[in-house]
Design a protein around this ligand. Structure first.
Ligand code: ADP
Length: 447
């Protein structure tokens, strides 16, 4: 069986030859050829018109009847259209199902186009964010959620972490916003109501802060009396003197714990930022080195190195507290005969304060949990050295308040390296400046 295309070619040649043959006896073969070709053209024009009519008037209907190449073209187009219609129906059904399931969700779901304009949202978004279908479709999301923190979160395009904010229509409701980029630069905004969780978290914070505060006075009284009694130590029987020593050291431990808990609560509750100023990091490291050397005595040596000329913008008391914690930890855990270095140096993200020792180091299995509250590698050792297990949690909180992060690198027997990485936005060219810092936090946790 010949293929339609070659059949069409035969038809054309046949008609042209027939025209020329018929014109031959009349002495006009060219005219006959032209008449044959014109016949062919008329046929194709008629089929084209049929195709045009079909596509413009009844594209869903059966295609016009035709044979040969045109017949096959009509059939193929019809099959293609049918396939497209099925795909469309399937997509519509899927979209409907997605919309129905999003509608059933208790969280807000808002679809934004590549400009950030509202395309679609579920009814939870109407309740939580106050969106109204009549007015808000096509509006930019930042016209409706105007909180500057949301606007900068939206523009930053870094959506790894969610953002917690009060609802734009009800201050008492706390929402957690999470943006996701998908498709052609479109965005999906999800908002969850975390009011209950937020209240519980607040209650926990207040409870710890209040208990710590309330324990402070009785502990001071106890410590005072114990000190007075210990002055009479020589007059006491040895068993009582030993007990008194124990009581004194445990009271000091409790005081340290209460002070650290209070410090952590204040770091969590205070929004901070009021005392941020450019800091001379070299001078700060030198002063911390001096204190840490006093704690280390002859057992370890401490040095300071400065490779970064810029200043750090932050709270002097908080930064001092964080670096002191790292330095005192090195003194307490690195072991005798080690060298500890405090270094202010450039980093690909900005700059970093590094506290490195060549001591015993930490097994990498502990590193991910090291900044958790009360997490200690060796509980007995930490307690013996006066540790509360809160030091690195304090460091982490201070760094969070300075847009910074803590990177820890350590291997057993190869020392430990704690690096506080500050972003470039926290750095200023070194210039003579006035520093107005408020001594809001204890300078260190030196025991
Ligand atoms: P603590 O108050 O017990 O010192 P931290 O949160 O400050 O608690 O430290 C957590 C644990 O990390 C410590 O118990 C200690 O085992 C370990 N650690 C911290 N710094 C070092 C270091 N420089 N070398 C070895 N271990 C360290």
């Amino acid at each position: 069986m010949r293929r339609p295309w070659s059949r069409e070619l035969w038809r054309l040649t046949g008609l042209a030859a027939l025209g020329a043959l018929l014109g031959w006896p009349l002495g006009a073969p060219a005219l006959g050829l032209a008449a044959g070709l014109a016949l062919c053209l008329t046929y194709h024009l008629r089929q084209l018109r049929a195709l045009h009519r079909w596509l413009t008037r009844h594209p869903q209907a059966e295609p016009p009847a035709a044979s040969g190449l045109w017949g096959e073209l009509f059939d193929r187009l019809y099959r293609y259209q049918k396939g497209q219609r099925h795909t469309q129906q399937r997509l519509r059904a899927t979209l409907r199902r997605i919309q129905e399931s999003s509608e059933a969700m208790r969280d807000s779901v808002v679809m934004l186009d590549s400009h950030g304009d509202l395309e679609w949202w579920n009814s939870a978004a109407e309740r939580m964010l106050g969106l109204q279908s009549a007015h808000d479709r096509g509006q930019h999301i930042t016209n409706l959620i105007r909180d500057p923190r949301f606007v900068s979160y939206f523009n930053a395009r870094d959506y790894r972490e969610p953002l917690t904010l009060p609802s734009p229509i009800d201050e008492r409701q706390v929402l957690q916003f999470q943006l996701t980029l998908y498709g052609d630069d479109e965005r999906l905004l999800m908002a969850r109501d975390i009011t209950r969780l937020h209240r519980l978290e607040e209650m926990r914070r207040d409870f710890v802060a209040n208990v710590s505060h309330e324990l402070r006075t009785p502990l001071t009284v106890l410590a005072g009396y114990l000190e007075t009694f210990s002055e009479l130590g020589d007059a006491l029987p040895p068993r009582l003197a030993r007990g008194l020593d124990q009581m004194q050291s445990q009271t000091t431990r409790m005081q340290n714990l209460v002070n650290d808990l209070l410090l952590l609560s204040r770091l969590e509750i205070d929004r901070g930022g009021g005392d941020h100023a450019p800091l001379d990091v070299a001078a700060l490291l030198e002063s911390i080195r001096h204190d840490a050397q006093a704690l280390a005595g002859e057992r370890q040596t401490l040095t300071v190195a400065v490779d970064e000329p810029r200043q750090l913008v932050g709270s002097e008391s908080e930064i001092r507290s964080a670096i002191s914690n790292l330095a005192f930890n090195a003194v307490r855990y690195a072991g005798d005969g080690c060298h500890i270095e405090l270094r202010w140096k450039p980093h690909p993200d900005g700059a970093c304060v590094e506290v490195a020792d060549d001591g015993e180091g930490i097994d990498p299995v502990h590193l991910p949990r090291l900044t958790e509250r009360f997490y200690r590698v060796d509980k007995g050792r930490s307690t013996a050295t006066g540790g509360t297990g809160l030091g690195l949690a304090i460091v982490k909180h201070v760094l969070l308040r300075h847009d910074a992060r803590l990177a820890i690198d350590s291997r057993p027997g190869q020392g430990a390296r704690f690096c506080c990485v500050f972003p470039a936005t926290r750095l200023r060219a070194n210039a003579a400046n006035d520093r107005h810092t408020i001594e809001a936090y204890p300078a260190s946790r030196q025991r």
